[in-house]
Design a protein around this ligand. Structure first.
Ligand SMILES: Nc1ncnc2c1ncn2[C@@H]1O[C@H](COP(=O)(O)OP(=O)(O)O)[C@@H](O)[C@H]1O
Ligand SMILES: [Mg+2]
Length: 220
């Protein structure tokens, strides 16, 4: 699913990831923790190939950083679910269109798209908001729409970068329940987070980024 070997990246001469290796199996749930600036977002960017390693190799699904051409990266991204802290919804489109958007490029039939979008929105509990604009929704509802958008292509891997970072504790717990439900159906999850309370409440494998290296840790 994910295989990083001896990956190094640096910005402005400063090494951020230092010959880092990581392996994540099909269906696994993994938390990625580490201080602000440790390189969590950069590690996730490597995985959706928004960043190339300076040395070492990154393998995600059937793609690898050595042979994947730029023109193939959109194909990879369509097979991943990607969720950010700051939602990144299209502000000038309603909820339905935000989720449908990812399907238009796939040449799916309109009737099929409609069915899949309704299904994804119901799945995350916001189908009644389908004709509303993002700014009319609460943060928790917006994040549900983002998750619906991530799910609509039935990804085998979900990458989440501090998905609860902008939410209150109640909404955070709901989003966490959703992500766990998705994992339970077989989607592997790699989730960067600061929220140790959630990690304690929903235990899973935890990896920590520190000084450019990854270590498996236990959160007590
Ligand atoms: N595009 C970039 N250009 C320059 N420096 C960057 C860039 N992206 C990240 N950095 C730096 O790399 C370090 C790791 O950043 P990041 O991956 O965002 O960490 P985290 O997500 O753990 O907070 C930080 O010091 C950050 O300032
Ligand atoms: Mg970050």
């Amino acid at each position: 699913m994910i295989e990083l070997k001896d990956v190094t990246i640096s910005f402005d001469g400063q090494v951020i990831l230092d010959r880092l290796s990581l392996s994540i199996k099909d269906g696994e749930f993994v938390y990625l923790v580490g201080a602000t600036g440790a390189g969590k977002s950069s590690l996730l960017r490597l995985l959706y190939m928004d960043l190339k390693p300076e040395s070492g190799t990154v393998g995600v699904l059937d793609y690898d950083s050595v042979t994947t051409r730029a023109s193939e990266i959109p194909h990879l991204r369509r097979k991943l679910g990607i969720v950010f802290q700051d939602f990144k919804l299209l502000e000038d489109r309603d909820v339905f269109e935000n989720v449908a958007f990812a399907l238009y490029v796939t040449n799916a039939r309109r009737s099929d798209i409609k069915k899949r979008v309704f299904h994804a929105l119901s799945d995350v509990g916001v189908s009644h908001k389908r004709n509303q604009m993002p700014h009319e929704l609460s943060g928790g509802e917006q994040q549900r729409v983002v998750i619906a958008r991530a799910l609509v292509n039935t990804p085998s891997l979900l990458l989440a970068d501090e998905p609860t970072g902008n939410l209150d504790p109640g909404a955070s717990a709901e989003i966490m329940e959703l992500i766990r439900k998705i994992n339970m159906r077989g989607t592997a999850v790699l989730m960067a987070t600061h929220n140790y309370e959630l990690v304690r409440k929903y235990p899973a494998r935890v990896i920590q980024l520190k000084d450019g290296k990854l270590v498996d840790i236990e959160i007590k």
